[in-house]
Write a protein that binds this ligand. Structure first.
Ligand code: ARG
Length: 465
């Protein structure tokens, strides 16, 4: 049962070393990309005449059969075979003997693992793009449902200015769009073919790297064998892109956890996505949101983990690089599980319209609108700011709202105020007064809803074609 690399060894490997060096326990999930990479490699070898067409056919078919065996759960994993590459190669040789022994021609596990990872990450990126779009659509659908709701906008978690509720939902669409764009950008550096770099130096055999790259859907071929066998930049970038997705999901969860408190009371969460307490019978906890927030830690931790892994490795491949996979797999599994749950929660939550409306006139959400009214009347901005500040203080001492002041009281503060001032006072009017592009006013938000609708349905139509 000797090892594939056993030729020059006189001693058996210590079993503890086998247990220490194995990666099959976590890289077995790469079986499918590994098989596809090997099939493409075999086709290339036949194409350039390094193996016969018949050998190629046997290799490709046997690899298909090995895939079936793995998927049926009957494939045997053995620590002494180290990793997924050795397992599949050994199974191939067991099936077709010397023909199988030709597969590893002009390649090494170093370019093989890089190829596997790139295919795996590329497919994960495409999967996440669709999942992110599902979240965007869930937010977009809320816009219609909540068209009549105004929410306080906050800075420093203090009431600031009113916005259409949909403005919040579209804010998340924007954040998630940047995440999608970032993944696409990362994809362009992922989708480069390492196969043929062999161990580190390339090969003296007449391989056709363009052929393999085309077979596997890569955009280009890596131009330096030393560079590509040591390169894990694409993984660091990928987990960074995942970290920002995690940050955005966590921000959303944090906000909704706050909104779900008795103190805020803005939001009802569906029973299916909350949990109870083992001791306090009245409790309903936003555990799912808390866990999405909490799981951010392990996604973000993958970034420093990978940077520390690669920062001082001499070129080219070093075994340290085997440690890249647990970090990448854990970060992507975590993000996947969050993205799969998010749309149902986004869609299922309900704004508590009455409770929101009952306190919407608190906190002087219209103060900035009044100041901007003064600016339109020709008052210098700083003067207007001071004037409104004094009016707010006056209201606070009388426990009233700006809209409760009489025209005379307002004019006493600033003689440029006219009766039309009441067109901007009160939360709803202050919201409607917002007209600039990108603002939270009714009109600009409506326009942006249409923009998103077009964009997300156009994407669907393109996907259907
Ligand atoms: N299991 C290894 C990894 O994940 C595959 C490459 C091994 N290469 C080697 N020269 N030992 O990185």
């Amino acid at each position: 049962m000797g090892k594939a690399w056993g030729g020059r060894f006189r001693q058996e490997t210590d079993p503890r070393v086998e247990a220490f060096t194995e990666s099959i326990s976590f890289d077995r999930r790469l079986y499918d990309v590994d098989i596809r990479g090997s099939q493409a490699h075999a086709r290339m070898l036949a194409h350039v005449g390094l193996i016969s067409e018949d050998d190629c056919r046997q290799i490709v078919q046997s690899l298909d059969a090995i895939r079936t065996e793995i998927e049926s759960g009957t494939f045997e994993y053995r620590t002494d075979l180290e990793d997924i590459h050795m397992h599949i190669e050994r199974a191939l040789i067991d099936r077709i003997g010397d023909v199988g022994r030709r597969l590893h021609t002009g390649r090494s596990r170093n370019d093989q693992i890089s190829t596997d990872l790139r295919l795996y990450v590329r497919e994960t990126i495409d999967e996440f793009d669709a999942l992110l779009q599902d979240c965007q659509k869930a937010f977009l659908d809320r816009c219609e449902q909540d068209a009549d709701v105004i929410l306080p906008g906050y800075t420093h978690l203090q009431r600031a200015q009113p916005v259409a509720a949909a403005h919040y939902w579209l804010a998340y669409c924007e954040k998630l769009q940047r995440d999608r764009d970032r993944l696409q950008d990362c994809r362009s550096r992922v989708n480069v073919c390492p196969l043929g770099a062999a161990a580190l130096a390339g090969t003296s055999l007449p391989i056709d790297r363009e052929f393999t790259a085309r077979e596997l859907g890569f955009d280009s071929v890596a131009a330096n064998s030393l560079d590509v066998s040591s390169d894990r930049d694409f993984l660091a970038e990928f987990v960074f892109a995942l970290s920002l997705i995690a940050a955005h999901l966590s921000t959303w969860c944090e906000e909704w956890i706050i909104w779900f408190t008795t103190e805020f009371g803005f939001l009802k969460l569906p029973d299916a996505y909350t949990t109870g307490s083992s001791i306090m019978p009245q409790k309903r906890n936003p555990d799912v949101l808390e866990l999405i927030r909490g799981k951010t830690a392990r996604v973000m931790a993958a970034v420093p983990q990978l940077l520390m892994l690669i920062r001082n490795l001499p070129m080219a491949y070093n075994r340290d690089l085997q440690e890249d996979k647990p970090a990448v797999f854990d970060a992507s599994d975590t993000i996947r599980s969050c993205l799969e749950l998010a749309p149902a929660i986004i869609a299922g939550a309900e704004l508590q319209r009455d409770r929101i409306a009952a306190r919407l006139e608190d906190g002087f959400l219209d103060a900035t609108a009044l100041m901007e009214y003064l600016i339109r009347q020709g008052v210098p901005m700083r003067t207007g700011h001071e004037t409104v500040g004094r009016l707010v203080a006056q209201c606070e001492s009388r426990s009233c709202r700006l809209a409760d002041l009489t025209l005379e009281e307002l004019q006493a503060a600033c003689d440029r105020i006219q009766p039309d001032v009441f067109d901007v006072l009160g939360t709803q009017k202050a919201m409607q007064a917002l007209i600039s592009f990108g603002s939270g006013g009714e009109q600009p938000v409506q326009e942006r809803i249409h923009w998103w609708r077009d964009r997300l349905t156009a994407a669907d139509a393109a996907a259907d074609r």
